[in-house]
Structures are given as C-alpha cells and as structure tokens.
Design a protein around this ligand. Structure first.
Ligand SMILES: Nc1ncnc2c1ncn2[C@@H]1O[C@H](COP(=O)(O)OP(=O)(O)OP(=O)(O)O)[C@@H](O)[C@H]1O
Length: 300
C-alpha cells in the first residue's frame, strides 16, 4: 500500500528551487531514510509533507489523502521543533495538552507509556524548561507517537543525544517498524541510517540523486572491494607465480605466508582468486569481503 506519493514537489525561495521536482513513492512498513548534506533540502521537503509549508508546485498524498484533512492528520505523527515547548509545563502535561489539540486527548496512562518508550517516564512530572537538549528531543519523539500514528516523520531524532539514549530511540523505531508503522527519517548519522532503514534516498541540491536499499546502493557504487583471505602454506614453487598472477587481478596486494589482502573491482574476481589458491594446492580457511559503508557511498 502506498503511504506517501509525491509528484514533482518543488519549493522555491527567491527564485531558487531548494526542493526541485521530487517524485517519490513510499510504501507501508518502510523505514525510509532521507540523507543529504546541510542545506540539501531535506527539512523543506519534510515540512511540505507535514503541511507546515506549502509547495510552490507539484502535489502529494499521505495515506491516500490530503495532509490538510483532519482524518489524515490524526494518522500521522510529526516530531515537533522543540523550541515550541512550554518550559513551565511538565512532560506529562505537555503531552496531554498537545494530544488534546488533535481532538483526540491521550489518557494519562497513554502519556506515561509514550514517555516510557523514549526513556522519560521518571521525568514525567519534571518541568520541560529543566530538560536537557537530548531530553527535549525524546519528548518530541514521544509527542510524535502519542496517538499511535500509522506514518511517522522523524527529522534527526537522535542528533545531540548521548549514545545510550540514541540506541533507545533506534530500538523504539525498530519496534514501531515491527508493528507495521511507516517511518520517514532524516539523520546525519549514516551508521544509524544504514542500520535502521529499509530504503534510502540521497538528496543533493533539492533533488534525489540516488535511491534504493542499502544493497542496491552498494552495488551501484561498488568499485573497490577489499578481499582478505586466510590460507594455508603456499608451495614455494608456486608463490612467485601466484603473486604475478594476482597483479593482473587487483591492486594493493599484500601476500603473506598465511594471508592475502587484495583490492578488486568486481565480485567475480573473488571466485577467480580462490580458484587460483586451490590450483596451487593451498587451503583457504577464511574469506572476508569489506563492502563500502554508507559513509563511503555518501562521500562519493
Ligand atoms: N524560509 C526560507 N527562506 C529562504 N530560504 C530557505 C528557507 N528555508 C530553507 N531555505 C533554504 O533552503 C535550502 C534547504 O534548506 P533545508 O533546511 O531544507 O536543508 P536541510 O537538508 O534540511 O539541511 P540541514 O541538514 O542543515 O537541516 C537551504 O539553502 C536553506 O537556506
């Protein structure tokens, strides 16, 4: 089922398209990661999808409807800008107040449950003004999930959090995903995106320049594969021959008594190399392949 469908969505400021004709389809149950350098247009795109700002042109649907429709609004969760929080409210009061704005006030129990899910249950009665930056972000996530939405927009949910808190939020995202929720996520933490997201789009200057699963992105960008082989003794008579043959297969070759490291540009060369060892009557104990990380792909 299609949850987000965007057609040529564009936002221009001062005659410049900061979001430039984005076409995008996101299906139910995806954790969709939106990546891009500062100023790429990620927040502007999310702000259009969540109805905070209007596109200059193009159109989109959320859950098959219009984001302005109240029944669509009720089914989506948006992490708010924490600067809108009232410092004199307690966390509990804050959640109850904001959930009442949607016309569907959450019970005290539901608020405590949402605070517990983000690790803030023990701070339920503390004033938000006394919260750290990371705690405010967690409260923002709690606010986004309080009404159990089907579609969740999380703009940099873990930025500025300590490692333990970030893991807690990542675990929450995984649990929501297991429950069939669709999550649209932006993050500058590439490791987080790689671990969590079922599909990733890389945005540059307002356009999506690449989109796919982590495996698809790797396959597209794979030009260097580091192969590490642990092997048994190579007969003396074969050693030089094998080294010379490897020169034609890859680069950065380090052939030791028990190990080989070589960088190749195609997967099929891994099989050719292992066959060459067998032809030299040399046992292979382990083959490790280092794949490009999302960081390497992104920097490329
Ligand atoms: N209200 C505005 N008026 C004019 N320009 C804007 C406005 N909002 C955003 N921009 C510009 O649009 C571009 C995209 O900004 P946006 O905040 O969407 O990027 P981003 O990818 O979310 O960046 P970051 O990772 O830093 O949050 C930037 O060049 C920004 O200066």
């Amino acid at each position: 089922m299609t949850v987000i469908k965007a057609k040529k969505v564009t936002k221009a400021y001062n005659g410049v398209n900061v979001v430039d004709g984005i076409d995008l389809t996101i299906n139910k149950g995806e954790i969709f990661g939106f990546l891009g350098r500062n100023g790429a247009g990620k927040s502007t795109f999310i702000n259009m999808l969540t109805g905070i700002i209007q596109p200059s042109s193009g159109s989109f649907t959320l859950l098959g409807g219009d984001v302005k429709q109240i029944d669509v609004k009720k089914r989506i969760g948006v992490m708010p800008d924490y600067s809108t929080f009232y410092g004199s409210s307690t966390a509990l009061h804050h959640l109850r107040f904001f959930s009442s704005l949607s016309g569907n006030p959450a019970s005290k129990e539901a608020c405590i449950e949402a605070l517990d899910a983000v690790g803030l249950a023990e701070h339920a009665n503390k004033k938000v003004g006394k919260f750290s930056f990371g705690m405010k972000k967690k409260l923002g996530v709690a606010q986004a999930i309080i009404h159990d939405p089907e579609l969740l927009f999380l703009d940099e949910p873990t930025s500025g959090m300590d490692a333990e808190s970030a893991i807690q939020i990542q675990q929450l995202i995984k649990n929501l995903h297991k429950r069939g929720k669709t999550i649209f996520l932006t993050s500058h933490n590439l490791d987080e995106v790689e671990k969590l997201c079922t599909r990733i789009a890389i945005m540059k200057e307002g356009r999506i320049v690449k989109i796919g699963t982590m495996d698809e992105l790797r396959a597209y960008y794979r030009t260097t594969i580091i192969v590490k082989i642990k092997h048994g003794p190579i007969p003396l008579s074969e050693e030089q021959k094998l080294y010379d043959w490897l020169q034609g297969k890859g680069k950065d070759i380090q052939l030791g008594e028990k190990s080989l490291e070589i960088t190749v540009d195609e997967e099929r060369k891994i099989a050719e190399i292992t066959r060459a060892f067998t032809a030299c009557k040399t046992d292979i104990y382990r083959v490790e392949v280092e794949e490009p990380t999302l960081e390497e792909i992104f920097l490329e």
